[in-house]
Design a binder for this molecule. Structure first.
Ligand SMILES: Cc1cc2nc3c(=O)[nH]c(=O)nc-3n(C[C@H](O)[C@H](O)[C@H](O)COP(=O)(O)OP(=O)(O)OC[C@H]3O[C@@H](n4cnc5c(N)ncnc54)[C@H](O)[C@@H]3O)c2cc1C
Length: 477
């Protein structure tokens, strides 16, 4: 990356320290190295990192960016896997909102809670539990993901099939705009169609349109029980067919996940205690509601598993076993990262009918390029996580891995799907934007960005490339 053009040490850092506090601004090389990464494999060195505690500090820093000409990337926990907090140009500040993590208002009578963006998803649910409520969007990264990050990635998760993605649970936002002005949008009323829906526009905007400093969220009463059934199949293809049947027959699952054989083996090794039956893939199905109804559906599900050719099935009918099953599912990515030096999590998403075909495509591109892929994912909504495993220090293997990625993306689009179901574009998938969208659509997206951020202060080179940015990942391989 090019060198800094601005005077950070002499001008910008002292001014940032004045706004955020002496100890809340970092620009030591080691700190910058840490903040040059997220959970993707992309890397980009920022010029500085600042931690903020209030909306006023955020607004003042954005105004300073306008005066001095640097860019800003808002960051929550940095757990995104699309290079969403990776600078695409050097004069860039990473603005960490993780310390803004308070509950601002709990309007229990309206089933609403207003929070700062840095609150972690699991902490929010721990807060809500004694009141008998929860926030349904549940990425597998819920122990780290912040609400600000989830809103900006429009994160999905295990329960998206029944309860939808983050977007459906956001009622209002406080946003610091790219010029430093603060706006409040949305409404407490459930039905609200007063002009363009700006809240929805900010959701999924990956920090490119504004910085969220508060969010009003809808919450849901906790179900009486959540129980889990597991069906073991000879192949991921068969498991994919079973998922479609579960939905078609009206089981109304709150989660339907698939883990293939390689993922199960990695989770076994990672846990040191778990042991799964020999199989090609497992389907995990969560059912929620009152106990009698859920138990009845679980019994019927065991029959369906047999009918669909399962080699074995199990049901978890107590909280402890169900918690263990989901902990195993949530360990899938961390477990796989230990298998090879490089692991990249993808999130191709296809219509449900094409889910079995997507599994076949994953095998095909893996074999074609000689790159190992383990796959798990939220199969109930057609969103899979193929994990590519390789060693990026080996130039030949690295080139084949990048080719595998590109082949996977094209395969998902061919199957009427998308390159990203829930992780977003960031800097990782820019090259696929013109493949997925018509030129006129790209032009409209650029106009939206220009309307909100004419100086391109927020996350330049994310979602929409900047002049000279290298977006073709095969170019350097
Ligand atoms: C093990 C693992 C499992 C995962 N499982 C899932 C899953 O099941 N479903 C899923 O959807 N994702 C999943 N993810 C991806 C990731 O965790 C989520 O997208 C998460 O929501 C990111 O939250 P974060 O706080 O880490 O955000 P960050 O990574 O810090 O940021 C994400 C994006 O949001 C922007 N941003 C952050 N805060 C703000 C703010 N206040 N205002 C404006 N912009 C902001 C950033 O600029 C960036 O573009 C997983 C990741 C890992 C590593």
């Amino acid at each position: 990356m090019e060198k800094h053009l601005l005077n950070w040490d002499g001008v910008i850092i002292p001014k940032l320290k004045k706004i955020a506090g002496e100890d809340n601004v970092l620009n030591h090389a080691i700190d910058l190295y840490i903040y040059s990464r997220d959970a993707s494999i992309d890397v980009g060195m920022p010029a500085a990192v600042a931690f903020v505690n209030t909306t006023e500090e955020v607004a003042d820093i954005v105004k300073l960016a306008n005066e001095e000409g640097f860019s800003i990337i808002p960051r929550g926990a940095g757990s995104n896997v699309s290079g969403g907090v990776i600078p695409a140009k050097p004069d860039c500040l990473i603005l960490v909102l993780a310390r803004m993590n308070k509950v601002v208002d709990f309007d229990v009578e309206n089933f609403l809670i207003t929070v700062e963006p840095g609150i972690v998803c699991l902490d929010l649910n721990t807060y809500l539990e004694p009141y008998g409520f929860y926030f349904p969007p549940d990425p597998a990264s819920d122990k780290t993901a912040t609400i600000g990050g989830m809103i900006n990635n429009n994160s999905g998760g295990i329960r998206a099939l029944k309860y939808g993605v983050t977007e459906e649970w956001i009622m209002g936002l406080e946003v610091v705009l790219a010029d430093g002005n603060v706006i409040n949008i949305g409404n407490k009323a459930i039905k609200f169609v007063c002009g363009y829906d700006l809240v929805s526009l900010f959701v999924g905007s990956e920090g490119t349109l504004g910085i969220i400093t508060k969010a009003m969220l809808k919450i849901q009463p906790l179900p009486a029980v959540r129980l889990v059934a597991s069906g073991y199949f000879n192949s991921a293809f068969e498991a994919g067919k079973c998922v479609r049947e579960i939905i078609k027959r009206g089981f109304d699952p709150s989660g339907t996940e698939i883990l293939d054989y390689k993922t199960l083996k990695a989770v076994e090794e990672y846990s040191g205690t778990l042991k799964f039956p020999e199989c090609g893939a497992v389907v995990l199905v969560e059912l929620d509601g009152n106990r009698d109804d859920v138990e009845m559906r679980l019994d019927k599900l065991e029959v369906l598993f047999k009918e669909m050719g399962a080699i074995k099935s199990e049901t978890a009918r107590d909280l402890e076993t169900c918690t263990q099953v989901w902990a195993a599912r949530k360990a899938a990515f961390p477990a796989l990262t230990l298998r090879r030096p490089t692991a990249r999590m993808e999130d191709v998403s296809v219509p449900l009918k094409n889910l079995p075909a997507m599994f076949q495509e994953i095998d095909r591109v893996s074999e074609k390029n000689g790159i190992e892929i383990a796959t798990f994912g939220h199969a109930g909504d057609g969103n899979l996580h193929p994990i590519l495993l390789w060693d990026e220090r080996d130039p030949d293997e690295h080139r084949r891995a990048l080719q595998t990625l590109v082949d996977l993306w094209h395969a998902a689009i061919e199957l009427e799907g998308t390159v990203t179901g829930e992780h977003g574009i960031g800097v990782s998938k820019l090259m696929m934007m013109p493949v997925e969208h018509q030129p006129k659509v790209l032009e409209l997206k650029k106009k939206i960005k220009d309307a909100f951020d004419p100086k391109n202060i927020l996350c330049p080179g994310h979602i929409i490339p900047i002049p000279g940015q290298r977006i073709n990942i095969l170019e350097d391989a």
